[in-house]
Design a protein around this ligand. Structure first.
Ligand code: URA
Length: 189
């Protein structure tokens, strides 16, 4: 068993926060490991909770389309979330829930060794880039920390609600591809 598999097994049994009581399935993450590019969303929705896989609902379909624009897919990158269990009624995960869960993400990132982490939406950006992150102003900007490049793009759910944000996201995706090439990410070899 790989270390990542062992981590998944621990995560599947986690009862560290109240979300464990209402979840159907833990949504640990999917993709290649190690991975030079990791996408981090906010938390599972209804479809994800039922299937155990991240981004399989309507937002997930859009994410797949966004990835395919820059020649990425679930097989050659990694996709996970800040919290691994569904917050009821799709509310934002609470700070205590994020605190209880963040250790799993930190371990995932240690094992995946990404060169690039892309935050999908405000919640992930506030947790991974800076607590006062403003998605409307700061999406598409690169931040480098501990040898890893971070960027946030709009969450696919936001792009479903507001199509006027899509052109900016297209530019952000092109910037992601450029950065990934510049950093020698294996996806573009
Ligand atoms: N939204 C998220 O942030 N994550 C998912 O896995 C699905 C929808």
């Amino acid at each position: 068993m790989t270390e990542l598999d062992a981590l998944r097994q621990r995560c599947l049994q986690c009862t560290a926060c109240p979300l464990a009581r209402t979840r159907n399935k833990v949504v640990f993450g999917v993709g290649s490991a190690p991975s030079d590019i990791v996408f981090v969303g906010e938390g599972p929705g209804q479809q994800e909770d039922l299937t155990g896989e991240p981004f399989v609902g309507a937002a997930g379909q859009l994410l797949d389309e966004m990835l395919s624009i820059i020649d990425l897919g679930r097989h050659n990158c990694y996709i996970c979330n800040i919290v691994k269990c569904r917050p009821p009624q799709n509310r934002d995960p609470m700070p205590e829930e994020q605190d209880a869960c963040i250790g799993f993400l930190q371990e995932q990132l240690r094992l995946l060794q990404p060169k690039i982490v892309v935050c999908l939406g405000r919640i992930a950006a506030m947790r991974l880039i800076t607590p006062d992150f403003r998605i409307t102003r700061e999406h598409g900007q690169w931040t480098r920390r501990d040898g890893v490049s971070y960027m946030a793009i709009y969450h696919p759910s936001a792009l479903l609600r507001d199509v006027s944000k899509r052109p900016e996201t297209f530019s952000d995706l092109l910037s992601l591809r450029e950065q990934a090439k510049a950093l020698g990410c294996r996806q573009y070899e």
